[in-house]
Ligand binder design. Structure first.
Ligand code: AMP
Length: 447
């Protein structure tokens, strides 16, 4: 098995990894880190929970240690873009954790909070800037930061950024980043839109893919309640009352639905909070913190808001509504099986959702167990449907947030210099750092 010490990372990073308690690299780390240490561009197909953040943060910090110039004022040497404030905060926290012995500085910027404090924070510049695209562009337009010193560009959860309509912002941002750079793009899924983006932004990327849907799904104990839509709220209350439900993430399809669920639970005396796009940043942070510390055992979230939330120890995921896209289902239930652990996920399936359940079972290759009603519950569950029943895809607009295309391969055109590719390293500033990267073979990386 690959060890962290086999990967060729700087000892200061190995020290931080050991202190964090990681023993062995996750598959994406074992695959991606050696390639990134060779300055390659990377297209990573990986979901949250696979350890992808460390997979890009560690080699990036290694690069900064190898070329230890201070960032200039109002600039950054590494730019990481993510779709949501929560994800941005988590990425920044991960960088800080791994960078604790390196002296590298990290700043994060995102919308929904006052811009002036962020402007001031950027004054001194940062080694690593983590940002949501919209706020970053605002700051660039107001000349609070320039992107012309960026040497490593990382796009995390790119599919989500596209789903959220960030494509134009992304293009504007990338146009301002020097062409001579290393670019990493991570996405949970690989629809054609992402393949196209990769083709535009990346240079001969290596492709690393981990946890195809079935792999995560296999680690999670799954069950389904067949229940009418009208009985779902009562059933949820009864399910949440079971003694082992320590920390439960409940997914609803809409923001309105999330609020309704929370109202109902609160009315019945159960503490629950919601996070979704209509909540203010302080409200979201407060809810997340209460959930993280265990003060509030139930968090109700929409898919978009929950994306990238990195909370360990989620014991259960409840799909109050089942998603219409199998990948979304796998993504949701993966929240309870972080970093190799197992978890439990239950789904409430009404009659009009059966088609989607079957679709999920087909994709994951898992027949989800039909559950009997929880002890003490008075809810009348629907009879178990006949497996041979003909099901039709419900008409109307796609439900849920996860409409995704199929798999597509990416191709790309070269534009990045790297070791052995040309005279220079990936640095673009003419400050003498060019070509300093150790020659290939100097690192003890495992092929
Ligand atoms: P990510 O996919 O980056 O969101 O990471 C998911 C979780 O796995 C985070 O809580 C990390 O702290 C944790 N993690 C990352 N790498 C490792 C590792 N090598 N060993 C154990 N846990 C890890």
């Amino acid at each position: 098995m690959t060890k962290f010490s086999d990967l060729g990372l700087n000892p200061l990073l190995l020290k931080a990894i050991a202190e964090t308690g990681y023993e062995t690299p996750t598959p994406i780390q074992a695959q991606a880190i050696p390639l990134l240490l060779q300055d390659k561009d990377l297209l990573g197909i990986a979901q949250t929970g696979t350890g992808k953040t460390a997979a890009f943060a560690l080699p990036t910090l290694d690069f900064l240690l190898e070329y230890p110039e201070k960032p200039r004022g109002r600039s950054a040497r590494v730019l990481v873009l993510g779709p949501t404030r929560e994800l941005v905060r988590q990425i920044a926290e991960s960088f800080e954790t791994y960078a604790r012995h390196t002296g590298c500085t990290v700043q994060s910027v995102f919308g929904g909070v006052n811009i002036n404090a962020q402007k001031r924070a950027l004054h001194a510049g940062a080694h690593i800037l983590v940002a949501t695209p919209g706020r970053l562009l605002d700051l660039v337009n107001q000349k609070a930061v320039t992107l012309k010193d960026v040497e490593v560009l990382i796009l995390d959860e790119a599919d989500q950024m596209l789903d959220m309509g960030f494509i134009h912002d992304l293009k504007k941002i990338v146009a301002q980043v020097p062409k001579e750079r290393q670019t990493l793009l991570f996405s949970a899924t690989m629809p054609k839109s992402i393949a196209d983006l990769a083709q535009q932004f990346l240079d001969k990327p290596v492709r690393v893919s981990v946890t195809p849907p079935a792999t995560t799904a296999e680690r999670v104990e799954q069950g389904v309640y067949h229940v009418s839509n009208g009985d779902k709220l009562d059933l949820l209350f009864d399910v949440l009352n079971a003694p082992d439900m320590d920390r439960t993430l409940v997914f609803t399809r809409t923001k309105h639905g999330a609020d309704k669920v929370v109202r109902k639970l609160l009315a019945k005396g159960m503490d629950a909070r919601a996070i979704h796009g209509n909540k203010s940043q302080p409200q979201r942070l407060k809810a997340l913190e209460a959930f993280r510390t265990g003060a509030c055992p139930v968090l109700v979230a929409t898919d978009v808001a929950a994306r990238g939330i990195d909370i360990d120890g989620i014991s259960h995921v409840v799909n109050f509504e089942i998603p219409n896209v199998p990948e979304q289902y796998v993504h949701r239930i993966g929240r309870t099986a972080r970093a190799g652990r197992t978890g439990t996920a239950v789904s409430f399936v009404a009659e009009d959702e059966r088609y989607f359940l079957r679709d999920i079972e087909k994709t994951t290759g898992i027949e989800i167990e039909v559950l009997a009603r929880p002890e003490g519950s008075k809810v009348d569950l629907l009879p178990t449907p006949d497996p041979n029943e003909r099901l039709y895809k419900p008409k109307g607009p796609a439900r849920g947030t996860g409409g995704r295309g199929g798999q597509a391969r990416s191709q790309s055109q070269p534009h990045v210099q790297g070791k052995g590719k040309s005279a220079g390293g990936r640095r673009h500033r003419g400050n003498g750092a060019k070509g300093k990267r150790k020659p290939e073979g100097a690192r003890a990386w495992a092929p």
